[in-house]
Design a protein. Structure first.
Ligand SMILES: [Zn+2]
Ligand SMILES: [Zn+2]
Length: 249
């Protein structure tokens, strides 16, 4: 399994980091932040292998790149086969609203967009992809993908014990860590987590590696501090990624 980390900041961009998007094996995109399409082109060269886009939630920092991507599939890639978009119940309304408001000639698209809208408190299984509702301002889901290796993507949320069970034995847990522990109260108040929260979940989930991301831009240049905090509570590998980093597992 190859994971390409396209964006690692949270809420808005910093000078060196864009907002969250992760590409799994070139065919599944987790969130589609601003700038995602160009970043995929830089790494892969095209979008021909893309099959599914999965949205954690519809906050701007996770979804603003979708119009550009859909236009590229239409105008340049000349896509004919359907594209599946998975996300919370609002995902279709938001994306189709963006397309309409930006005067996209939607009827000219030669491919169908199939929306899979998920809801409910219990774990949802969609083949190799599973989803679990987390706790944020709006409907938000964590996802797990099981192939030859397994990965769990968990953002944006307060720390939740149920994620340990959901991510159990994963090769990689990618968990948000918006602010350091000294801002834990702030982080939780605004439905986010700290590196120590993520590390404790990684430990009880017995994952092999922990990737932290969704760093508030104010932390630019001090992200290693977040890794140091996490390492005190998780004995596996802790990764503080930079944008465009690839991990092969
Ligand atoms: Zn976010
Ligand atoms: Zn959010």
């Amino acid at each position: 399994m190859k994971i390409t980390i396209l964006g690692t900041s949270g809420s808005t961009v910093s000078r060196t980091r864009g907002t969250p998007s992760f590409l799994i094996d070139n065919d599944i995109l987790m969130d589609c932040a601003e700038g995602t399409t160009r970043k995929i082109l830089e790494v892969v060269g095209h979008l021909k292998e893309l099959e599914k886009i999965i949205f954690s939630h519809v906050h701007a920092d996770h979804i603003m790149g979708i119009v550009t991507l859909l236009w590229r599939l239409w105008l340049v890639e000349e896509r004919k086969r359907p594209l599946e978009i998975i996300g919370p119940i609002e995902v279709e309304k938001v994306i189709e609203g963006f397309l309409k408001l930006t005067h996209t000639p939607r009827d000219a698209f030669n491919y169908e967009i199939k929306y899979t809208k998920i809801k409910g408190e219990e774990k949802i299984v969609l083949g190799e992809i599973s989803a679990l509702k987390v706790v944020h301002h709006i409907d938000t889901f964590a996802y797990r993908i099981d192939r030859d290796k397994s990965v769990c993507y968990c953002t944006d949320t307060i720390p939740l014990e149920k994620i340990s069970k959901f991510a159990f034995n994963c090769d990689i847990l990618m968990h948000e860590a918006s602010m350091p522990e000294s801002y834990a109260e702030w982080a939780h108040k605004y439905y986010h987590s700290t590196p120590i929260d993520a590390a404790k979940i990684a430990t009880s989930a017995s994952v092999k590696k922990l990737v932290l991301f969704h760093f508030m831009p104010q932390l630019e240049g001090r992200e290693d501090l977040l890794g140091e905090e996490a390492k005190k509570h998780f004995k596996g590998e802790v990764i503080i990624p930079h944008d465009m980093m690839q991990i092969q597992i």
